[in-house]
Design a binder for this molecule. Structure first.
Ligand SMILES: Cc1cc2nc3c(=O)[nH]c(=O)nc-3n(C[C@H](O)[C@H](O)[C@H](O)COP(=O)(O)O)c2cc1C
Length: 394
């Protein structure tokens, strides 16, 4: 992050999650309701565990906003963990409560459990899993909502939908990747419990999740997140870490269980001749000579690490959830003996939630790149800078 920075804190069964975001200009309208709507989107999804029924996340804005507008100061947020009432002693900060619940000693394959206890010299896996849990992403979605609000102010929209659950795939083609079509697909996905734009496919995905649940295994999947309305030139070709595609990839892989990222046609481009996958440049139909259009969008809206004005397209792959109702082989870290891995209430499939988290992470990266390009300590100053750039260079 170059202009924006943010941090989250909080354990899964601790008192609350907290977060700070700094770098948002003054005078942007922001309400808790706006953030809560995004938090609600993260909690939906067929195949989630019991936790989602307990937690109905609501944010409290602690600082950085006065009378509905940002102040330019750090914005700090709080989300209380409703489950905390069951964990007062088990997650207490007080030493006198030590040992009030049994330690977790059976690491789950695919989780942070084993490497974490070794690295942090712990005897109780709970001291690792409480933070490695994706509960933390609720705060990332809240912070991402602040970034999303800023982008929205400048006509940049972010959306997403699920493209597969386990083996059931929603096939997409170039024609579906235009601004209007993407917006429509995301709108349809919004009313689907699995965030998939096609009803018939959703049914198949549900069946797949039901089967996984009955047989005690978990499922992964893929999703697409996108942004429209981006100005040309966010990110840069001049240094590896300034490339927007690199920054997006890090943000996506920074989400728990995300194991693959693709920009535009990504891996599939590698199998086709160059003549078919470069997006030919067509003369402008609008006033300015450089407001060109493209014959296709295999690049996914980024060339040379910079936005090129086309919709930004990011796909990612989520592995199946590590915790299995029918546990896998593991060891007990106290005795070293072979034993089954621990099972704690868990999701069977969380791809729809991961899509919302990915939207939030994309918003944070784009907001950072937008402010890096256009700067400004107040929204009015940022507006002037953007207007100046587009009227001078486009
Ligand atoms: C939205 C979401 C929900 C998740 N829910 C669970 C869960 O209920 N149980 C679980 O074992 N892992 C869950 N995970 C995945 C783990 O957090 C993740 O696999 C683990 O932290 C290890 O990180 P890694 O898979 O990136 O290596 C979830 C991930 C996301 C993004």
């Amino acid at each position: 992050m170059f202009k924006l920075r943010f941090l989250t804190a909080g354990e899964s069964h601790g008192k609350a999650l907290t977060g700070i975001i700094e770098g948002i200009p003054a005078n942007l309208s922001l309400t808790p309701e706006y953030i809560n709507n995004q938090l609600k989107r993260r909690q939906k999804g067929y195949g989630r565990g019991g936790r989602m029924k307990i937690e109905s996340d609501r944010v409290e804005i602690i600082s950085g906003v006065r009378w509905g507008k940002t102040l330019g100061s750090p914005i700090s947020l709080l989300i209380k963990n409703r489950d905390w009432e069951n964990w007062h002693d088990g997650m207490s900060v007080e030493g006198s409560k030590a040992g009030s619940i049994a330690p977790v000693t059976r690491p789950r394959p695919g989780h942070a459990d084993l490497a974490g206890v070794i690295k942090y010299n712990q005897q109780d896996i709970r001291n690792i899993l409480e933070r490695s849990s994706a509960r933390e992403t609720a705060m990332r979605v809240a912070l991402g909502s602040v970034a999303r609000r800023l982008l929205e102010h400048f006509g940049i929209r972010i959306g997403g939908f699920v493209t597969s659950i386990g083996p059931v795939r929603y096939e997409i083609n170039q024609a579906m990747l235009k601004e209007e079509e993407l917006t429509e697909l995301a709108r349809r996905a919004e009313s689907s419990e699995l965030s998939v734009p096609e009803g018939a496919l959703e049914e198949k995905m549900r069946e797949e999740i039901d089967r996984a649940k009955t047989e005690g295994y978990s499922l992964g999947g893929t999703f697409l997140v996108f942004a429209t309305g981006l100005p040309v030139g966010l990110g840069s070709h001049i240094q590896w870490d300034r490339r927007l595609d690199a920054r997006i990839a890090q943000a996506m892989l920074g989400i728990q269980a995300i194991k693959g990222v693709e920009i535009g046609s990504g891996f599939r481009m590698s199998e086709r001749p160059g003549s078919e996958v470069m997006d030919e440049i067509l003369p402008s139909e609008r006033g300015s000579k450089l407001s060109v259009s493209r014959a296709s969008n295999h690049a996914g809206g980024i060339e040379g690490g910079m936005t090129n004005g086309m919709p930004l397209l990011v796909r990612a792959a989520m592995k199946p959830i590590p915790t299995q109702a029918r546990p896998l082989r593991s060891i007990d870290i106290q005795s070293g003996e072979a034993i089954e891995a621990a099972y704690e209430r868990s999701d069977v499939c969380a791809v729809p939630a991961a899509t919302v988290i990915a939207e939030a992470m994309l918003a944070l990266v784009l907001c950072d790149a937008f402010l890096e390009k256009f700067g400004g300590d107040s929204i009015e100053e940022t507006e002037t800078n953007l207007k100046n750039y587009t009227s001078t260079y486009l």
